[in-house]
Design a protein around this ligand. Structure first.
Ligand code: PXP
Length: 250
Protein backbone atom coordinates (compact mmCIF):
# COMPACT_ATOMS: atom_id res chain seq x y z
CA UNK A 1 0.00 0.00 0.00
CA UNK A 2 1.27 3.45 -0.92
CA UNK A 3 1.74 5.39 2.31
CA UNK A 4 1.01 9.04 2.96
CA UNK A 5 3.24 11.29 5.03
CA UNK A 6 1.58 14.62 5.73
CA UNK A 7 3.86 17.63 5.80
CA UNK A 8 2.46 19.95 8.45
CA UNK A 9 4.89 22.87 7.86
CA UNK A 10 2.14 24.90 6.28
CA UNK A 11 0.05 24.81 9.44
CA UNK A 12 3.03 26.35 11.22
CA UNK A 13 3.42 28.91 8.42
CA UNK A 14 -0.06 30.19 9.22
CA UNK A 15 0.67 30.29 12.94
CA UNK A 16 3.91 32.20 12.39
CA UNK A 17 2.14 34.78 10.22
CA UNK A 18 0.46 35.99 13.40
CA UNK A 19 2.58 34.71 16.29
CA UNK A 20 6.18 34.79 15.00
CA UNK A 21 7.46 36.99 17.79
CA UNK A 22 5.73 35.25 20.68
CA UNK A 23 8.02 33.12 22.76
CA UNK A 24 5.57 30.31 23.53
CA UNK A 25 4.39 29.25 20.09
CA UNK A 26 2.74 26.10 21.42
CA UNK A 27 -0.14 28.18 22.85
CA UNK A 28 -0.74 29.92 19.53
CA UNK A 29 -3.00 28.82 16.71
CA UNK A 30 -3.16 26.84 14.56
CA UNK A 31 -1.06 24.23 16.34
CA UNK A 32 0.85 21.94 13.95
CA UNK A 33 0.90 19.15 16.55
CA UNK A 34 -2.90 19.20 16.86
CA UNK A 35 -3.04 19.13 13.05
CA UNK A 36 -0.69 16.15 12.99
CA UNK A 37 -2.92 14.25 15.41
CA UNK A 38 -5.97 15.01 13.25
CA UNK A 39 -4.07 13.70 10.19
CA UNK A 40 -3.32 10.51 12.10
CA UNK A 41 -6.99 10.11 13.03
CA UNK A 42 -7.74 10.30 9.31
CA UNK A 43 -5.31 7.45 8.62
CA UNK A 44 -2.06 9.01 7.41
CA UNK A 45 1.05 6.89 7.86
CA UNK A 46 3.52 9.51 8.98
CA UNK A 47 4.09 13.15 9.79
CA UNK A 48 6.74 15.23 8.08
CA UNK A 49 8.14 18.50 9.39
CA UNK A 50 10.93 20.63 7.94
CA UNK A 51 13.03 22.50 10.49
CA UNK A 52 14.48 25.30 8.41
CA UNK A 53 17.55 27.22 9.43
CA UNK A 54 15.52 30.45 9.72
CA UNK A 55 12.70 28.71 11.68
CA UNK A 56 10.17 30.37 9.38
CA UNK A 57 7.48 27.79 10.12
CA UNK A 58 8.32 24.76 12.25
CA UNK A 59 10.32 25.63 15.38
CA UNK A 60 12.41 23.34 17.57
CA UNK A 61 9.71 22.89 20.21
CA UNK A 62 7.23 21.72 17.53
CA UNK A 63 9.56 18.86 16.62
CA UNK A 64 10.04 17.91 20.27
CA UNK A 65 6.27 17.95 20.82
CA UNK A 66 5.64 15.95 17.64
CA UNK A 67 8.12 13.34 18.80
CA UNK A 68 6.25 13.02 22.09
CA UNK A 69 2.74 13.15 20.68
CA UNK A 70 2.36 11.32 17.40
CA UNK A 71 1.81 7.60 17.05
CA UNK A 72 2.97 7.21 13.44
CA UNK A 73 6.44 7.88 12.05
CA UNK A 74 8.14 11.24 12.38
CA UNK A 75 10.07 12.30 9.29
CA UNK A 76 12.31 15.30 10.00
CA UNK A 77 13.40 17.22 6.93
CA UNK A 78 16.56 19.21 7.46
CA UNK A 79 19.74 20.52 5.89
CA UNK A 80 22.95 18.61 6.46
CA UNK A 81 24.54 20.98 8.97
CA UNK A 82 26.28 20.04 12.24
CA UNK A 83 23.66 21.87 14.33
CA UNK A 84 20.76 20.09 12.60
CA UNK A 85 22.44 16.70 12.95
CA UNK A 86 22.96 17.33 16.68
CA UNK A 87 19.30 18.33 16.99
CA UNK A 88 18.14 15.18 15.19
CA UNK A 89 20.33 13.00 17.40
CA UNK A 90 18.76 14.60 20.46
CA UNK A 91 15.13 14.39 19.28
CA UNK A 92 15.38 11.06 17.45
CA UNK A 93 12.86 11.19 14.63
CA UNK A 94 12.21 7.84 12.94
CA UNK A 95 13.68 9.11 9.70
CA UNK A 96 15.64 12.16 8.61
CA UNK A 97 15.21 13.42 5.06
CA UNK A 98 18.21 15.51 4.07
CA UNK A 99 17.18 18.42 1.87
CA UNK A 100 19.07 21.29 0.28
CA UNK A 101 18.26 24.66 1.78
CA UNK A 102 18.66 28.18 0.53
CA UNK A 103 17.36 30.97 2.73
CA UNK A 104 15.83 32.97 -0.10
CA UNK A 105 13.74 30.11 -1.54
CA UNK A 106 10.00 29.98 -0.83
CA UNK A 107 10.07 26.19 -0.61
CA UNK A 108 12.68 23.49 -1.28
CA UNK A 109 13.40 24.23 -4.90
CA UNK A 110 15.95 21.69 -6.05
CA UNK A 111 17.21 18.28 -5.09
CA UNK A 112 20.14 17.56 -2.84
CA UNK A 113 23.55 17.50 -4.58
CA UNK A 114 24.54 14.08 -3.28
CA UNK A 115 27.31 13.26 -5.77
CA UNK A 116 29.06 16.56 -5.09
CA UNK A 117 28.85 16.13 -1.30
CA UNK A 118 29.09 12.38 -1.01
CA UNK A 119 31.55 12.18 1.87
CA UNK A 120 29.69 14.73 4.06
CA UNK A 121 26.35 13.02 3.38
CA UNK A 122 27.80 9.56 4.02
CA UNK A 123 29.25 10.77 7.32
CA UNK A 124 25.87 12.13 8.44
CA UNK A 125 24.10 8.99 7.23
CA UNK A 126 26.45 6.93 9.41
CA UNK A 127 25.99 9.12 12.51
CA UNK A 128 22.21 9.01 12.19
CA UNK A 129 22.21 5.33 11.29
CA UNK A 130 24.30 4.48 14.36
CA UNK A 131 21.55 6.17 16.43
CA UNK A 132 18.88 4.04 14.78
CA UNK A 133 17.56 6.83 12.55
CA UNK A 134 16.79 5.98 8.91
CA UNK A 135 18.03 8.41 6.28
CA UNK A 136 16.33 9.55 3.11
CA UNK A 137 17.83 11.89 0.50
CA UNK A 138 15.59 14.33 -1.35
CA UNK A 139 16.91 14.24 -4.89
CA UNK A 140 15.93 15.02 -8.44
CA UNK A 141 15.27 11.87 -10.54
CA UNK A 142 18.78 12.08 -11.91
CA UNK A 143 20.85 8.93 -12.59
CA UNK A 144 24.05 10.36 -11.12
CA UNK A 145 22.36 11.46 -7.89
CA UNK A 146 20.56 8.14 -7.49
CA UNK A 147 23.83 6.29 -7.93
CA UNK A 148 25.48 8.55 -5.33
CA UNK A 149 22.53 8.07 -2.95
CA UNK A 150 23.06 4.31 -3.11
CA UNK A 151 26.78 4.76 -2.46
CA UNK A 152 26.05 6.91 0.62
CA UNK A 153 24.33 3.93 2.25
CA UNK A 154 21.01 5.76 2.66
CA UNK A 155 17.99 3.48 2.87
CA UNK A 156 15.61 5.81 1.04
CA UNK A 157 15.49 8.45 -1.62
CA UNK A 158 12.62 10.89 -1.96
CA UNK A 159 12.24 11.78 -5.62
CA UNK A 160 11.49 15.48 -6.12
CA UNK A 161 8.19 15.73 -7.98
CA UNK A 162 8.27 19.53 -8.17
CA UNK A 163 9.35 19.69 -11.82
CA UNK A 164 6.61 17.21 -12.74
CA UNK A 165 4.01 19.26 -10.85
CA UNK A 166 5.18 22.46 -12.56
CA UNK A 167 5.00 20.83 -15.99
CA UNK A 168 1.65 19.14 -15.36
CA UNK A 169 -0.49 21.37 -17.56
CA UNK A 170 1.77 21.14 -20.62
CA UNK A 171 1.56 17.76 -22.31
CA UNK A 172 5.11 17.24 -23.64
CA UNK A 173 7.02 18.61 -20.61
CA UNK A 174 4.71 16.64 -18.30
CA UNK A 175 5.44 13.42 -20.20
CA UNK A 176 9.13 14.17 -20.05
CA UNK A 177 9.08 14.75 -16.28
CA UNK A 178 6.92 11.68 -15.73
CA UNK A 179 9.39 9.55 -17.68
CA UNK A 180 12.24 10.93 -15.57
CA UNK A 181 10.36 9.89 -12.42
CA UNK A 182 9.62 6.42 -13.83
CA UNK A 183 13.25 5.89 -14.82
CA UNK A 184 14.50 7.30 -11.51
CA UNK A 185 12.23 5.09 -9.43
CA UNK A 186 13.23 2.01 -11.44
CA UNK A 187 16.92 2.79 -11.09
CA UNK A 188 16.66 3.52 -7.36
CA UNK A 189 14.71 0.32 -6.73
CA UNK A 190 17.24 -1.62 -8.80
CA UNK A 191 20.13 -0.48 -6.59
CA UNK A 192 18.26 -1.38 -3.41
CA UNK A 193 16.92 2.02 -2.37
CA UNK A 194 13.38 2.43 -1.07
CA UNK A 195 11.60 5.11 -3.07
CA UNK A 196 9.49 7.94 -1.69
CA UNK A 197 8.33 10.97 -3.65
CA UNK A 198 6.93 14.39 -2.98
CA UNK A 199 6.62 18.10 -3.64
CA UNK A 200 3.83 19.91 -5.41
CA UNK A 201 1.49 16.91 -5.47
CA UNK A 202 -2.25 17.60 -5.68
CA UNK A 203 -5.40 15.52 -6.08
CA UNK A 204 -5.26 16.39 -9.77
CA UNK A 205 -1.64 15.57 -10.59
CA UNK A 206 -1.58 12.46 -8.35
CA UNK A 207 -3.39 10.49 -11.06
CA UNK A 208 -0.30 10.05 -13.23
CA UNK A 209 1.97 9.36 -10.25
CA UNK A 210 0.30 5.92 -10.30
CA UNK A 211 2.50 5.22 -13.34
CA UNK A 212 5.70 5.63 -11.30
CA UNK A 213 6.74 2.18 -10.01
CA UNK A 214 8.11 1.06 -6.63
CA UNK A 215 6.83 3.98 -4.54
CA UNK A 216 6.65 3.42 -0.79
CA UNK A 217 5.43 6.79 0.46
CA UNK A 218 4.34 10.20 -0.78
CA UNK A 219 4.99 13.31 1.29
CA UNK A 220 2.33 15.91 0.68
CA UNK A 221 1.82 19.20 2.46
CA UNK A 222 0.69 22.34 0.71
CA UNK A 223 -2.28 20.93 -1.14
CA UNK A 224 -3.60 18.99 1.87
CA UNK A 225 -3.45 22.09 4.07
CA UNK A 226 -5.01 24.17 1.27
CA UNK A 227 -7.89 21.70 0.88
CA UNK A 228 -8.29 21.62 4.66
CA UNK A 229 -9.45 25.24 4.65
CA UNK A 230 -12.56 24.07 2.81
CA UNK A 231 -13.06 20.51 4.02
CA UNK A 232 -11.24 20.23 7.33
CA UNK A 233 -7.91 18.46 7.57
CA UNK A 234 -9.26 14.98 8.31
CA UNK A 235 -11.39 14.99 5.17
CA UNK A 236 -8.50 16.41 3.16
CA UNK A 237 -6.22 13.57 4.31
CA UNK A 238 -8.92 10.99 3.56
CA UNK A 239 -9.39 12.43 0.09
CA UNK A 240 -5.68 12.07 -0.66
CA UNK A 241 -5.59 8.56 0.80
CA UNK A 242 -8.55 7.68 -1.41
CA UNK A 243 -6.76 9.02 -4.49
CA UNK A 244 -3.70 6.90 -3.62
CA UNK A 245 -5.57 3.71 -2.72
CA UNK A 246 -5.43 2.01 -6.11
CA UNK A 247 -1.66 2.46 -6.55
CA UNK A 248 0.18 -0.71 -7.55
CA UNK A 249 3.90 -0.59 -6.92
CA UNK A 250 5.04 -2.38 -10.09
N1 PXP B 1 9.05 16.59 0.49
C1 PXP B 1 10.02 17.52 0.75
C2 PXP B 1 11.41 17.03 0.91
C3 PXP B 1 9.70 18.89 0.87
O1 PXP B 1 10.68 19.77 1.12
C4 PXP B 1 8.35 19.28 0.74
C5 PXP B 1 7.99 20.72 0.88
O2 PXP B 1 7.98 21.12 2.17
C6 PXP B 1 7.39 18.29 0.50
C7 PXP B 1 7.77 16.95 0.36
C8 PXP B 1 5.94 18.61 0.40
O3 PXP B 1 5.73 19.47 -0.67
P1 PXP B 1 4.31 20.17 -0.83
O4 PXP B 1 4.14 21.04 0.36
O5 PXP B 1 4.46 20.93 -2.11
O6 PXP B 1 3.29 19.10 -0.88
Amino acid sequence: MLKLGVNIDHVATLRQARFRNREETSRSEPDPVAAALACERAGCHGITAHLREDRRHIVDSDVVRLRRSIGTRLNLEMANTPAMVDFALAVRPDIVCLVPERREEVTTEGGLAVAANLSAITETRKRLGDAGIDVSLFIAPDAREIDAAARSGAGFVELHTGAYAEAYHQKAPRQNELERLIAGASQAHGVGLKVNAGHGLTLENLALIHLVPHLVELNIGHSIVSQAIFTGIETAVRDFLGAMATYKSS
